[in-house]
Design a protein around this ligand. Structure first.
Ligand code: GLY
Length: 360
């Protein structure tokens, strides 16, 4: 078991290891000694797998448990679902010392976190991520929110959890596709900030996504990513500086994701976006050809793509509509040496020439 501390506006632990769902009640009681009621928020794919286990563990600690189960998928990430959660809590008479438990992937964590951030002006939330993507990224760092018809994650709040419980056994029930997409975010940490993780992923590359069958290996990989995320969030909780480096591959990736009507998975689009930026850095002569090739090979080894047929024009105009844009300048994350990254401010014209110069 690995315990990682996040020191943001609140300090909390991320606990990563095998068999933790059964321990979840005890862990939650230790951070919420006075809570009486708990709302478990989950969705239709995760509920049949894990709801009973978590519910039993939480009830065993004396919590009065309520449930809110929504239809799995990004389409549910809207204000109606949040209003549903508020309604359950209001009817049950939740007070400021009660709490919400998010059990599921990124959509669940974002919505449960936002419901907790806004109910009674803020009650505690516990994150129990069940997907690789949520374990290494979404559940850590306090970004919560919902989508609007106009765009993803347009409304939300920074709301840090009181604890994050990551049971790596859950990774075994993910489809290959879902596990693979999570590897997109894992590879991102290796490239932007973590040379030992990069070396470790290279050593195990011949196994590809079969790494998830090894309990020790997956705990180590998830733990390394969580340590990276904790370090970044502890230094820049509100995304004004270093946290933006977590967007490596995301600027173009988001455009590809949006253009596909969200039929392409987020982590897959991030891998494509990273591949496109790697090509551009190589083309600009700031990233050595050999390093670029090593990065592309590693992305492919874990079953992810490194390119897309999006044009530089479409990438730039899509990026200009992104909520992460500040003014008319884009903050593009570049990697000129594996394990380090920098934020480069570019005008739309500069970004277009950067992409046009790509070596393919
Ligand atoms: N997923 C990127 C961040 O938490 O900032």
């Amino acid at each position: 078991m690995i315990r990682t501390t996040v020191s943001a506006s609140r300090e909390y632990e991320v606990i990563t290891g095998s068999g933790l769902l059964s321990e979840s009640g005890k862990i939650i009681r230790s951070v919420a000694p006075n809570a009486i009621k708990a709302l478990i928020v989950t969705e239709t794919n995760v509920a049949p797998l894990y709801l009973d286990k978590v519910k039993a563990a939480v009830q065993a600690e004396g919590f009065e448990v309520y449930e809110y189960i929504f239809e799995a998928g990004e389409e549910s990430k809207n204000i109606n679902s949040i209003a549903g959660m508020w309604g359950v809590m209001a009817k049950a008479g939740f007070t400021r010392t009660d709490l919400v438990i998010a059990l599921g992937g990124g959509v669940t964590g974002d919505m449960a976190g936002f419901a907790a951030a806004s109910f009674l002006r803020g009650i505690d939330v516990v994150q129990i991520p069940t997907s690789l993507l949520a374990m290494v990224d979404a559940a850590v760092g306090g970004k919560t929110g919902i989508d609007l018809p106009e765009g993803k994650n347009q409304v939300g709040a920074f709301w840090q959890p009181s604890v994050v419980i990551e049971d790596t056994d859950c990774l075994l029930t993910l489809s290959d596709e879902k596990f693979t997409e999570g590897m997109g975010e894992v590879l991102k940490y290796a490239f932007i900030m973590d040379l030992p993780l990069y070396e470790f992923l290279r050593e195990n590359a011949s196994r590809g996504i079969a790494i998830r069958e090894d309990a020790w290996l997956k705990e180590k990989i998830v733990g390394m990513c969580v340590a990276d995320k904790a370090d970044v969030v502890s230094n820049d909780e509100h995304d004004n500086g270093r946290r933006q480096t977590l967007n490596f591959g995301h600027t173009v990736g988001h455009v590809i994701e949006r253009d596909s009507g969200f039929s392409k998975l987020h982590g897959v689009c991030v891998a494509k976006g990273m591949g496109i930026i790697i090509d551009a850095c190589e083309g600009a002569g700031t990233l050595a050809a050999e390093e670029a090739q090593k990065m592309r090979d590693l992305i492919k080894a874990y079953g992810l793509p490194v390119d897309d047929d999006i044009t530089p024009e479409a990438a730039v105009s899509g990026a200009m509509n992104d909520k992460k844009k500040r003014g008319n300048t884009l903050s593009i994350i570049v990697v000129n040496k594996i394990g380090t990254s920098e934020i480069r401010k570019m005008s739309p014209e500069e970004f277009k020439s950067f992409l046009e110069g790509a070596k393919r």
